[in-house]
Design a protein around this ligand. Sequence first.
Ligand code: NAD
Length: 504
Amino acid sequence: MHDIACMESYDPATGELVGRAKIVSPSEVREAVARARAAQVSWGRLPVRARAKAMVEVKRALVRRADALADVEVKEQGKSRFEAYGAVLNQIHLLNYMRRIAPRVLGPKKAFPLFGLSRVHRIVREPLGVVGVIAPWNFPFTLSFEPMVAALIAGNAVVLKPSEYASQVGLAIGALFETALPKDLVQVVTGGAETGRALVESGIDKLVFTGSVRNGRKVAAFAGEKLVPVTLELGGKDAAIVLEDADLDRAAAGIAWGANLNAGQACLSIERVYVAEAIADRFLDKLAENVRALRLGPGESADADVGAITTEAQLEIIKAQVADAIGKGARIVTGGSSVENGGGRFFQPTILADVTDDMLLMKEETFGPVLGVVRVKSAEEAIARTNASSFGLTASVWTRDLSRGRALASEIKAGDVALNEHAAPAGLAEIPWGGMKDSGYGKTRGEEGLVEMSATKHISWPRVRSKREMYWFPYSAQKLAKLRLALHMLYGTWRDRLLALRGK
Ligand code: NAD
């Protein structure tokens, strides 16, 4: 039975109850933000090095609890144990990386502006205050933890609203910080859209929203109204382009992985393939061979490749898109059906050929283990069709000619383009992450991910004492003449300079 103030989450691979979490009310959200704000004051005043040092405790807790964290993510979200464990490893590295770069990236910088040399200039990066993090269900650990780490090292407090389908992961993240950092600095508010809305409207100083385009637009509209800075990590419809000179064995294995990691429930998973006509049959055979070999099963099992579909609603979207494609003439190469075994919810890794641009599968995010394959006459056609999507998150080009590949990569409107690989390079701690177009704006990870968690401020003071500045009132013809001379001497040609010196 549902408790009105609680929600439950279930293991998508077995249907078993994983845990209950409170639905935090809007007034409780505001209280959590107020507690975080109070705790931030002394944390924000600590030198960057001291904050980076304090995060060592979080790292230790993460290493100690790696198995438990991977367990809860496997149970609540359904991903394979290998992927859940890899995510923990990646986040330990991210934390270390952020700790290492923070003193340099956030530390004060000197500046020597040409028209301000009489003053000393410092550029400093200060904390913003309270950062709200709203996370989705598909990578509930990574997409909560990584913006939290950057926000905290930059001197902010954090209030996390995990997905309603991954509350237990959110609570486990909260417990990681609880023992390691000052009391109240990190708050976790569990609940659904209403709790998320309350967090957006609670007076936070920055929001990192990862989720659907539909909800991204809503939070961005509110943030726009209140002028709250927001980072939006939204959906994708990512394409892989396979050229005629590609290493087909590598392309087939890599694309099978890139399309089916996390059962395709990844913003950066491949959902479209544009393959050169000359090699399309050979590529499709190899791709089908790779995809047929994937083992579907509960993430608990160490040798399951493709795990469960996290939510019933997601399974319905996948089924509807496949049915729509078949109805419009697509051909199933492999897969195509859901598998519901023992209360679990799975979808067969699927390849569809003969797909056309009017099919939902080629336009909307599928977020499942389904790949549409299209034959193209040229690389230019592949690029044009890749860019025709409203999304712009990731893409890949598969070719042996890396210089041609790089030239094509620069034509693709996406936040991350890889040659002969997909997805993994986009997930690296050192690399700024974020999309273009409907896939959102702002960056997490990399140096930019840290900078975006801070407010850049300029402080200046005089090098020497003086009574007045030349540009203060009163203005005069003599001052104007000096200004004119300076403009021509600095930026004019030799002729302009000569004329200016002669007063012309
Ligand atoms: P979602 O938009 O349904 O929910 C995301 C989060 O927002 C949840 O915590 C939800 O409770 C909350 N929320 C919903 N409505 C809200 C509102 N009006 N105000 C504030 N919060 C609200 O998305 P989802 O289904 O959880 O996640 C899947 C989506 O996330 C996919 O579109 C996927 O592509 C995208 N995603 C993007 C990235 C990226 O880095 N670009 C990464 C992972 C997932």
